[in-house]
Design a protein around this ligand. Structure first.
Ligand code: E4P
Length: 219
């Protein structure tokens, strides 16, 4: 399973990219606002830090405007990085029209704010490169987010649909394990959850014990 980082915080991206485990980045308007940096600032650095799909979201609501905005975003990005851009489009009928147009022009899209398998199926049929079901928000709403991932994986597998599933709105490390067990293509994970995935108290205890014992050997 590929791992994306779900943040626009460049320091976090830099640090976690240095672990050598990142395959891409997802951002959204909320994450950009939190980073305190302008879109152009983030764009200038993010593509150098991670060589993989980087999702940047449009805020227009009409299909034509979404397409224009997507192309404006592309003008801000050096040509050699265009292959890594995925334009995030919201899951609406206007969004689907925009996805269709962009996919015809071979511009990658990531359909966001997906909360059901039917929405994922529609987005895939419109030509989405990625779909992003938000499992944490479903859990928050009293539904079982992972169940939607299971349904999407079954449907995409039944019909050999090659749209990739990005498990999004991840809240804790168990979400990542469950996503991987279901065969999801990608999990986009917030930095704090990536850190929790890395850590285990027994690893720390084990390192301390080995170092202590090594001191005895070298004394
Ligand atoms: C995905 O691309 C979104 O940026 C993200 O996963 C949303 O997560 P949230 O529900 O924590 O805001």
């Amino acid at each position: 399973m590929k791992l994306f980082i779900d943040t626009a915080d460049l320091n976090e991206i830099k640090e976690i990219a240095s672990w050598g485990i990142l395959d891409g980045v997802t951002t959204n308007p909320t994450l950009l606002a939190k980073s305190g940096r302008s879109l152009q600032d983030v764009i200038n650095e993010i593509f150098v830090l991670v060589d993989g799909p980087i999702s940047l979201e449009v805020v227009s609501e009409k299909a034509e405007e979404m397409v224009t905005e997507a192309k404006q975003i592309l003008t801000k990005i050096p040509k050699n990085y265009h292959k890594n851009v995925a334009i995030k489009i919201p899951m609406t009928s206007e969004g689907l029209k925009a996805v269709k147009k962009l996919s015809k022009e071979e511009i990658k899209t990531n359909v966001t704010l997906i909360f059901s398998a039917n929405q994922a199926l529609l987005a895939a049929k419109a030509g989405a490169t990625f779909v992003s079901p938000f499992i944490g928000r479903l859990d928050d709403n009293g539904q079982e987010g992972m169940r939607v991932i299971e349904e999407i994986m079954d449907i995409f597998c039944n019909y050999d649909i090659n749209t990739e599933v990005i498990v999004a709105s991840i809240r804790h490390p168990i979400h990542v394990i469950e996503a991987a067990r279901l065969g999801a293509d990608i999990a986009t994970v917030p930095p704090d959850v990536l850190r929790k995935m890395l850590k285990h108290p027994l690893t720390d205890v084990g390192i301390k014990r080995f170092l202590k014992d090594w001191e005895k050997v070298t004394k």
